[in-house]
Every structure is written in structure tokens, then in C-alpha cells.
Design a protein around this ligand. Structure first.
Ligand code: CUA
Length: 331
């Protein structure tokens, strides 16, 4: 072995060992290497498909890389001159049959498994009966809005009862977004002019995090979503009382604050605290419904284009009472 290689060997070995050790830790902590733990039957099926494919690809990877190392070692030059060709090996009918038929079989197994799992990912379980909880999910630049069966609305956080099938209608009024709560199922695009359907059934009380998964504009990264799965009584209290009582605040923090700052003191969008428009309900309604265009480019998306009058009223009341701080000092 040349001296240079021999000197580097301990370094390379320790790098390799550190990589091995940290890889184990990363996988143990999830670390982005494995799908998140499934908490809905459809997410379960997506994960099992992932692990089946991972098993085959990992086995093929180990096989190919081990053979590579064995052959590099076995057929090394052993001091043979560079200009002299090594032994030539031709043809091995049985091996060639195996490496042709093997992949065909593997692909057939994967395809069969996927087709077996697919219906349970796309379709609601029969246990949902005729009465799942229907919720409409609206993608907006840059927030998610949820409409409940009783007409209640929430923004950014979807409340659902645990252990019940929730049927989602996913829509968008502006651009394409993508609804995705990894622990509760796969992605589904929110496409303007189309209604897409998905569902989930959270198996555990808790909060499940998600993120819009389609680049939808400058604040795409801020378009997060949370699903809170809670006991039936808590869910009923939320949609009958809390959602209504906190609507204005939810609208401001979920939609306006993304650009205008949590207190409305400005961010990407201008400071609102001293803007007297906040005290004029009809002006507020016009701006949030239609957005703002300047020099042919949109400076504010029509965030409230689908809102009901009650929703606009709730926002206007909140802006006037909790965001507006009076005219700028000195004027
Ligand atoms: Cu909406 Cu990205």
C-alpha cells in the first residue's frame, strides 16, 4: 500500500465510523430519513409501501456495493504492467437469467403491493358509514381556512374529534397549494376551479403539524397547518363557541400577521397600527376582499375573497379594537 494512502487510512476509518454512528442516531431520531409515525390508516398504508420499497432498495444496494468491493479486491492488478490486459470473463447463462428475472419479480411484488394498498389510501374506510365529518379546506395566499359542518370557521388550525373519519374537500381560490399533514396521510393539491377529496382518521389525541407543499408565492414557507385531534366534547365546544369567539383574532394572526407582523407593526407589509383605514369597516372589507394592485403588480393578495360578511365583521372588529393604536404621534 503506498505510504500516502497508509497515512490517510486512520483518518478515513474514523470519518467512516463517525458517519456510521451518527447515521444510527439520525435514524433513531427520525432525522428526516424515515417517514413520520402514521396516525391515520391512510398514512399507515403510505408508510408500509415506503418500507417495502426501502427493504428492496437497501438489499440491492448492499448486494451491489459488496460485489463491487469484492471484485475490486479479487481482480486487482497484482503488480501486472499497466499495458497488459487482465483475464477476460465472458458469459454466465444462469447468472444472466437471475439478474434479469430478479428485478422483474421485485417490480411485480412492489406493483402488486401498491395496487393492494391504494384503495385504502384514496377511499374512506367503510366504518365511516354514511356520516363522516365534512370539512372544507381552502388554500389561500398564505394560510389555510377550514369550514366546519355547522358553518364555523377556523384559520391555520383544524380541530377534529379523535377516532372519527374526517372527509376533506380541498379547494383554492387563488393559486395551487398542497395540503399535507404527513402523520395523517399524503399530499393533496388545492387547485383553483377544482374540488379534490381526501380524508383521515386521527388515532390519538394530539397536534399534528403540516406545511403547504406547493410553492405558492413569497410566503409559501409561512403557510403551515396544524390539526388538533381532541375528544368529541372539546371538538363540539370548539366549533360551537371558541371558533366564533376567536374568529377575528384567528383571521388577523393567521392571515394578516404573516405579512404585517404579529402586532400589525409591519413586516413584509406596511405597519397597520397607525393606519386609520383600520377604523373604517367598508374600506377594510374592500381591501381584504379584492387585494391591492399597484403598477400592475399585486402588492396584497385578495386574502378574504371567500369570506362571509360575518367573517369580515369579525376581522374589522378585531382590527379596530386590538390592532389600531391611534393616529401616528405628531399628527
Ligand atoms: Cu400555499 Cu405554498
Amino acid at each position: 500500500m503506498p505510504l500516502r494512502v497508509r497515512r490517510k487510512l486512520p483518518v478515513l476509518t474514523s470519518v467512516f465510523l463517525v458517519a456510521l454512528v451518527t447515521a444510527t442516531a439520525a435514524v433513531a431520531a427520525n432525522g428526516g430519513f424515515t417517514p413520520e409515525t402514521a396516525h391515520s390508516p391512510n398514512a399507515e398504508r403510505i408508510n408500509s409501501t415506503y418500507y417495502l420499497i426501502l427493504a428492496f432498495t437497501a438489499a440491492v444496494f448492499v448486494l451491489v456495493e459488496s460485489l463491487l468491493v469484492v471484485f475490486v479486491w479479487k481482480y486487482r492488478s497484482r503488480g501486472r504492467g499497466r499495458e497488459i490486459e487482465g483475464a477476460q470473463v465472458h458469459g454466465h447463462t444462469r447468472l444472466e437469467l437471475i439478474w434479469t428475472a430478479g428485478p422483474v419479480l421485485i417490480l411485480a411484488v412492489i406493483a402488486a403491493f401498491v395496487f393492494y394498498k391504494l384503495p385504502g389510501i384514496a377511499d374512506m374506510p367503510a366504518t365511516a358509514g354514511s356520516d363522516p365529518i365534512d370539512i372544507t379546506v381552502e388554500g389561500h395566499q398564505f394560510y389555510w381556512l377550514f369550514r366546519y359542518p355547522n358553518g364555523a370557521v377556523s384559520i391555520g388550525t383544524l380541530h377534529v374529534p379523535v377516532d372519527q373519519v374526517v372527509s376533506l374537500k380541498v379547494v383554492s381560490g387563488d393559486v395551487i397549494h398542497s395540503w399535507w399533514i404527513p402523520q395523517l396521510g399524503g399530499k393533496l393539491q388545492a387547485i383553483p376551479g377544482r374540488t379534490n377529496h381526501t380524508w383521515f382518521e386521527a388515532d390519538k389525541v394530539g397536534t399534528y403539524q403540516g406545511q403547504c407543499a406547493e410553492l405558492c408565492g413569497i410566503y409559501h414557507e409561512a403557510m403551515t397547518a396544524k390539526v388538533v385531534a381532541e375528544p368529541e366534547a372539546d371538538y363540539q365546544r370548539f366549533i360551537s363557541k371558541t371558533a366564533v369567539a376567536t374568529l377575528g383574532k384567528q383571521e388577523f394572526t393567521g392571515a394578516c400577521a404573516t405579512c404585517h407582523g404579529m402586532q400589525g407593526s409591519g413586516g413584509y407589509g406596511p405597519d397597520l397600527q397607525t393606519n386609520s383605514i383600520l377604523t373604517q369597516e367598508s374600506s377594510v372589507a374592500t381591501i381584504v376582499r379584492n387585494g391591492l394592485m399597484r403598477n400592475d403588480s399585486s402588492v396584497m393578495p385578495p386574502v378574504a375573497d371567500t369570506w362571509t360578511p360575518a367573517q369580515i365583521d369579525a376581522l374589522a372588529a378585531y382590527l379596530k379594537k386590538d390592532v389600531y393604536k391611534g393616529p401616528p404621534s405628531g399628527s
